[in-house]
Design a protein around this ligand. Sequence first.
Ligand code: SAH
Ligand code: DHB
Ligand code: MG
Length: 228
Amino acid sequence: MPPKRPGAEALWTAVDGYFGDLLAPRDERLDAALLANRQAGLPAIDVSRLQGKFLFLLARIAQARRILEIGTLGGYSTIWLARALPPEGRIITLERAPHHAEVACANLSRAGLLDRVDLRLGRALDSLSELHASNAGPFDLIFIDADKPSNPEYLTWALKLSRPGTVIVVDNVVRQGEVLDAGSSDADIIGTRSMAELMAAEPRLSATVLQTVGAKGYDGVALAVVLN
Ligand code: SAH
Ligand code: DHB
Ligand code: MG
């Protein structure tokens, strides 16, 4: 008898563990951040280890020196992105929930990254408008990972804060395939679909979607570059 095959989700998680251990090995600071997030009661919606490494690699490939993140949570993805920066590089990360921001601050401090991270507390749409007004752009990489209903607006702001070559990543665009439901009344799905249609219609963007499976289930990321 061949060994019993795990169910699909268990298999994806095991493969995530196999490649994670090889290519994105655990370290004290990342583990401490995840532990602190769970102990503080934050939802377990941080990117996975391999997804964090993917963001790190995108930032390195783009040679990013200025990164914008929308949706900090406990700063797990922020740590991956900040680690990809050169010493003079900076990441601005936007978070609405004071409790999340507090936990993130402690995690980033423990990770020795506070000098590279500028955490802005408040509604992301307000912070984005302030960033634009103060000429904070252009950013080299923008990671959109906050409330999904606002994704069309976040994409529009991302374009305003970009230059040709800017990489834009939008998390959670597949949502177990629910994105296919054109008649959905779920605001997350409506926001995701509008964002995708905006992306498709925008002549300044060239984009694709990568479907993902793993420890975080079945989802996907949209990846776009701003054209000349
Ligand atoms: N990028 C994180 C996960 C972010 S979860 C990681 O992978 O580790 C989404 C976060 O967006 C939550 O912390 C939530 O509080 C925040 N958020 C939701 N709506 C927001 C808004 N309007 N403005 C700013 N942050 C928001
Ligand atoms: C949710 C949000 C996320 O950013 C994520 O990575 C996974 C799930 C959510 O709102 O359910
Ligand atoms: Mg996400």
